[in-house]
Design a protein around this ligand. Structure first.
Ligand SMILES: [Fe+2]
Ligand SMILES: [Fe+2]
Length: 466
């Protein structure tokens, strides 16, 4: 591993001078973007981060103080498997592709660009959160998520530069030009243009939206295009921490809300976040994150599976039939103003299959939060809205549904919207609670402390030296 080159890497970058030069040209643009659009403030502060000293799992488990702009961003892929095979689709069992298969070049580039675009987008969405952190522990977690998303950006930029020639270089530049929420040059996916400007949004985002990343990356981690598979495997190890931040963050908010409700049923009076606002944030981020899986019925998903490029979640572990030409999937669609079942060939339903895995995973989070409520002696419960609720992509876009997934009219939806989705007043209230707490070992009133710190350190540790 070449950790002390200008671009740290384990892909022998110095042996490919053209690629190295191209990436070295991109590097200052990346740093300029980080300067403009990365976390606001704190750039000179020591943050206790996980940094690379080696690509093996041990090497990544190295924790130390780092100033964010000095973080070792670079290119790290899982080691190559010399006898890797295409694991599914029409070319099942053939040697894995080391180059981009010609007929899928555009589609594959699109996948990589779309994934790559989400990485800097989330950093942009979260850039002002440092100023209102509930604790140093949370502040540190925010910054770790931010620097790691930039690692993922680097990974995608490497693939674009290394395998897509001139178009790839242009796309890599464009990744630094789009801006989250900017109407003139928005990020590609809508979830990544939504404001994430308070910590409840941050936890919901890392719980639901980063979790979409887990499923997309898992489906690509078994790709027959080996460089992509190796990159995604590596990114997945980092995504796990982001989801941990969201899942436990929401759990801590719910727990604290329950404690405050036991003091005063009107938690606003004691500075807590009401459960109905938490539910609305769940409804918002869950529904936007469902859109990220794409249309329910998709010929793209069929083509990608056939080509061996994008599989199912845990394709090798969970399935025995890796061809999937037989069988169908029944889904519910809207036809003539009614919900009806429709049989779809399995390969065309793979977005929905992946979405189903994601929903199961989200439900586990809900169970944990509801346990937090039960542990405090509360009978209220949180839930996931139906997958049809508030969708902007796929079969359900353009129709209105209630939280249970019943088809309703646009007018009925409009009348209920303020009960189902965060209102300006909800956001203002949550915003009013966001006052920074930066004393070692202290925490904001609206959230419970974590049950343990990071990597053996207690919660009372100076995770960021201010
Ligand atoms: Fe990421
Ligand atoms: Fe992430």
């Amino acid at each position: 591993m070449n950790l002390y080159e200008r671009i740290p890497n384990n892909v022998n970058l110095s042996e490919d001078k053209r690629l190295q030069r191209a990436l070295e040209k991109w590097l200052p643009n990346f740093l300029a973007w980080w300067h403009d659009m990365g976390p606001e403030g704190f750039q000179e502060k020591d943050v206790w981060l996980r940094t690379a000293i080696d690509v093996g799992s041990e090497g990544w488990a190295h924790f130390d103080y780092v100033k964010m702009p000095e973080y070792r961003w670079g290119i790290f892929l899982e080691p190559a498997q010399p006898d890797a095979k295409v694991g599914f689709g029409d070319n099942y069992g053939a040697p894995a592709y080391q180059e981009v298969p010609g007929e899928f070049r555009n589609a594959l580039r699109r996948i990589i660009v779309t994934q790559g675009d989400t990485e800097p987008a989330s950093v942009e969405q979260q850039r002002r959160l440092g100023a209102t952190c509930p604790s140093l522990y949370d502040l540190r977690n925010l910054f770790r998520v931010n620097v790691e998303e930039c690692c993922h950006l680097w990974a995608m930029v490497y693939l674009l530069h290394a395998y897509f020639g001139r178009d790839g270089r242009d796309e890599a530049d464009a990744l630094l030009e789009r801006r989250s929420g900017n109407p003139d040059k928005p990020r590609i996916l809508e979830a990544f243009n939504q404001p994430c400007d308070d910590w409840l949004n941050f936890y919901a985002f890392t719980m639901f939206t980063d979790r979409d990343g887990k499923y997309q990356l898992s489906a690509l981690a078994e790709s027959g295009f080996e460089p992509l598979a190796r990159t995604c495997k590596f990114m997945l190890t980092e995504e796990a921490h982001h989801m941990f931040v969201g899942d436990t963050g929401l759990s801590r908010v719910v727990k604290r809300t329950a404690q405050l409700m036991n003091e005063n049923e009107d938690v606003r009076k004691v500075g807590g976040i009401p459960l109905d606002i938490i539910q609305k944030y769940i409804n918002f981020w869950f529904s936007y994150s469902l859109d990220l899986f794409g249309g329910e019925i998709s010929s793209n998903s069929a083509d990608f599976f056939a080509a061996g490029l994008k599989g199912r979640f845990k394709e090798q572990e969970q399935y025995t039939d890796h061809i999937a030409t037989e069988g169908s999937f029944t889904m519910t669609v809207v036809e003539n103003g009614k919900l009806v079942p429709r049989e779809v060939p399995l390969r065309n339903a793979l977005n929905e299959v992946l979405r189903g895995e994601y929903v199961k995973d989200c439900e586990k989070g809900l169970a944990r939060w509801n346990k937090a409520l039960a542990d405090e002696g509360r009978s209220e419960r949180l839930f996931l809205p139906n997958i049809r609720f508030h969708r902007h992509v796929g079969e359900y876009a353009g129709h209105s549904f209630d939280l249970e997934g019943n088809l309703i009219s646009k007018e009925e939806f409009a009348a209920k919207q303020s009960e189902w989705l965060p209102t300006v007043r909800d956001r203002e209230y949550v915003g009013s609670l966001m006052k920074p707490v930066t004393e070692v070992g202290k925490i904001a009133n609206w959230i419970a402390p974590p049950t343990s710190g990071i990597k053996g350190k207690p919660f009372e540790f100076e995770y960021v030296r201010l």
